[in-house]
Design a protein around this ligand. Structure first.
Ligand SMILES: Cc1ncc(C[n+]2csc(CCOP(=O)(O)OP(=O)(O)O)c2C)c(N)n1
Length: 334
């Protein structure tokens, strides 16, 4: 897909930087507009079940996946569309999966919370809170044994801090110096409860207790996320061991698409403040314009291109066939 750029820069380094930050902008817009379509499919009753939207948190997935190689691993969560897209999944096959179609990533049997894409190193979304911590750590163990230089990133929400398995794997990862980065996306709420009501002490101290390199970052700033992630990924690749990254962020929508009335657990004012003042796409867009890397028109052009891409992907999924009845027992292991 082409990228519109307003100012051609003379030095290759600056041009590469410009290209990188515009690419990040585009990827964040892709996640945002993918999810607009998901919400639309839900409200039009075209999608079976629910989905958990990632809108507002785009800079985390994009900033981190920009620091990864295609053959690096990620594991994802119930709120996984952003991770899948940022790692390289195709929107048409994702929509097909959401609609239960045969062309979907799991042949329509997984839905929103189980998209996996081995071709892009995505070992899968996971409906169990904290359910992928062992998978990511196991992938890092395999990478270390094979000496292939791969790194595994384990995305999870701050709600997973209550899962004991996280502490078992951080312990082993540090003892064995595994190339794994634990990424805690702190969007403030575990379903309908503010995390301060469920989480004693500090988040980073948990990782610090095992001696992991641990740092927090503004999860609305894609460049800051990418800078920190690049450092931690490089360190892990060099055999220096695991790390823990806390990204402070916010989900714009409800816990899931059906969570419409939210004022009993968070105020409209709070939502409006995050959307108005801390939007990762707006922040990156303003920065690109300020640097002379893009113009308002070129950013609108990106949005228009992405919108067309998502509309075509939805059309593909709606027109795609369902699996045949004889596939009902295939690839089912439990
Ligand atoms: C082991 C387990 N317990 C409870 C649930 C129900 N549940 C689904 S999402 C969720 C909250 C998750 O919060 P967090 O990890 O912060 O992620 P977020 O939804 O904020 O992205 C809970 C309790 C679950 N899926 N798995």
């Amino acid at each position: 897909m082409s990228t519109s750029i307003s100012n051609a820069q003379s030095t290759p380094t600056l041009a590469a930087e410009q290209e990188k930050w515009i690419r990040c902008y585009r990827h964040m817009v892709r996640i945002r507009l993918f999810e607009e379509q998901v919400n639309e499919l839900y409200t039009r009753a075209l999608m079976p079940g629910l989905a958990h939207l990632y809108s507002g948190e785009e800079a985390v997935a994009v900033g981190i996946c920009e620091a990864l190689r295609m053959d690096d691993y990620i594991t994802s969560t119930h709120r996984g569309h952003g991770h899948c897209l940022a790692k390289g999944a195709a929107p048409d096959r994702m929509f097909a999966e959401l609609l239960g179609k045969e062309k979907g990533y799991c042949r329509g049997k997984g839905g929103s919370m189980h998209i996996a894409d081995p071709a892009t190193g995505n070992l899968g979304a996971n409906a169990i809170v904290g359910g992928s911590v062992g998978i990511a750590t196991g992938a890092a163990f395999a990478a270390k044994q094979l000496g292939n230089g791969r790194v595994a990133v384990c995305f999870f929400g701050e709600g997973a801090l209550g899962q004991g398995s996280l502490y078992e794997v951080m312990n082993l990862a540090q003892l064995w110096k595994l190339p794994v980065i634990y990424v805690c996306e702190n969007n403030l709420y575990n379903e309908y409860t503010h995390y301060s009501e469920t989480t004693a002490g500090t988040i980073l101290a948990r990782a610090g207790a095992f001696g992991l390199e641990a740092a927090a970052v503004d999860g609305q700033d894609v460049r800051a996320v990418n800078d920190l992630a690049s450092r931690l990924v490089e360190r892990a690749r060099q055999g220096k061991g695991p790390a823990f990254l806390q990204a402070d962020t916010y989900r714009y929508s409800g816990h899931h698409v059906g969570d419409i009335n939210r004022e009993y657990y968070r105020s409209k004012k709070e939502e409006q403040q995050w959307k108005g003042e801390r939007d990762p796409i707006q922040l990156q867009g303003s920065w690109l314009i300020g640097q002379g890397f893009a113009s308002a028109e070129s950013l609108h052009q990106i949005t228009a291109e992405v919108r067309a891409e998502m509309e075509a992907a939805v059309k593909f999924a709606i027109n795609a066939p369902y699996p045949s009845a004889d596939q009902v027992g295939q690839d089912v292991y439990a």
